[in-house]
Design a protein around this ligand. Sequence first.
Ligand SMILES: Cc1cc2nc3c(=O)[nH]c(=O)nc-3n(C[C@H](O)[C@H](O)[C@H](O)COP(=O)(O)OP(=O)(O)OC[C@H]3O[C@@H](n4cnc5c(N)ncnc54)[C@H](O)[C@@H]3O)c2cc1C
Length: 466
Amino acid sequence: MSSADEFDFDVVVIGGGSAGYAAASATARGGLRTVVVEGGREVGGLCILRGCMPTKALLYAAEVKHLAGHAATWGIQVPEVRFDFAQVMARKNAMIADFAGYRRQQLESGRFKFIRANARFVSPHTVELDSGQRLTSAHFVLSTGSVVSTPPLPQLNSVGFLTSDDAMALERLPKSLIMLGGGAVAVEFAQFFARFGVRVTLLQRSGHLLRDFDPDAAQVIETVFRREGIELITGTRLLDARCEGGLKHVTFEHDEQTRTVAAEEIFHGLGRSPNTGGLALPQAGVTTDKHGRIATNTQMQTSAPHIFAAGDCTGPHEIVHVAIQQGEAAAHNILHPQSPRSLDYRLLTCVVFTDPQVACAGLSEVQARAQGREVIVASYPFADHGKSLLMEAKDGFVKLLADPRTGEILGGACVGPVGGELIHEIVAAMCKRMTAGELAAMPHYHPTLAEIWTYPAEELAARVQS
Ligand SMILES: Cc1cc2nc3c(=O)[nH]c(=O)nc-3n(C[C@H](O)[C@H](O)[C@H](O)COP(=O)(O)OP(=O)(O)OC[C@H]3O[C@@H](n4cnc5c(N)ncnc54)[C@H](O)[C@@H]3O)c2cc1C
């Protein structure tokens, strides 16, 4: 590591979210003089304050309410399921305050310096803080996260809309809501609102929800959503938004016709963009790609070799464990430039916390086709599996992809009960490059949801060309 005494620090980490904290912990552990500069109103980062953790707290509450409403399935009488939205939010807030408090303690633990300020570059080795103070450093890690994207229609700015950030602070539920978007955040919130009695209309541009997943996975969620009363309109093009008669109206094109839907509230769930605007990147010689993400090589090194980036500000996957891996890789490569570590997305795992959950790891069928890669595929439905039948969790399936010659598992998908947990069996199998035959032979306790993997694994093992 080329530390130079003329600098105030060996490493300045800009942004104290998941990626920044991971990077700073690792460089400090490696003995480097490290400082984290965090300029947000609150300390904790997106995952804790307004991302993974609060949304999953709310979705779990929605699932409990849903199960209570269906208790008669198991012979349990719940005369009337009622809820207190203020209490739902209060429990979520208490959990988040705890998690954020713990993260603050970690940041202030003294292992590295922690400064509350926004930082921007004034030269390749110098940043200036809000206070005017300047810090110089041999290396930097940029981990400034993301911001809600600009709304797809400028009219939405005057009409007004909710974002996932706003939804975290809602004091009352709207009666009706138009959800714009069909990605993970949009579908999770759509089901949350619908299960708490909000009339939801979801408008999605592409032909299916969750376009990053195989269409068979999306179809399950579309079926469940329609059954739960969510109005889904896919293949739309937004045209206009306006307020009229106390409601918010969205006009769009669908099936070559112009249609309008109205609701009390609009939710902009169309994604987030890298948060790089305040960094003055050109002063440091750091470039961005066409999506505005900080461009890096696989070692998380930017166009300025002493500056690294990690997390949502560089992407391409807005997933917290990936942000942490990137932060750790950046730290490793600052500490050990002679034996650099590269990010490898072979085991990329994605989970959407709807009910049923949607999870995938490794290669999908669509990706295999796009790459021209030959695979064998087998799937098995939860509607034909003992444990899920007991649970009345019959929507969805598991699917495995394997190499036709070696039988190595190349990917998996699980749409079903606790799919986000079940997919980790496939991540472990792929991590150790197991074959479908080895997975099928591995003991599985009965009756469990996990044993469902043995069915596609056995089928694929029988089809491997010997
Ligand atoms: C609603 C929602 C649900 C999600 N659910 C999941 C999920 O279930 N699972 C999952 O894996 N991912 C989920 N994500 C994504 C996940 O939260 C992010 O990928 C992850 O938190 C990104 O971490 P980060 O460190 O890159 O950024 P952040 O945690 O956003 O940290 C960036 C930090 O940089 C600070 N900062 C910005 N600019 C400056 C500056 N100039 N100077 C100083 N500080 C600055 C900010 O204040 C912020 O604290 C969700 C996201 C959303 C929005």
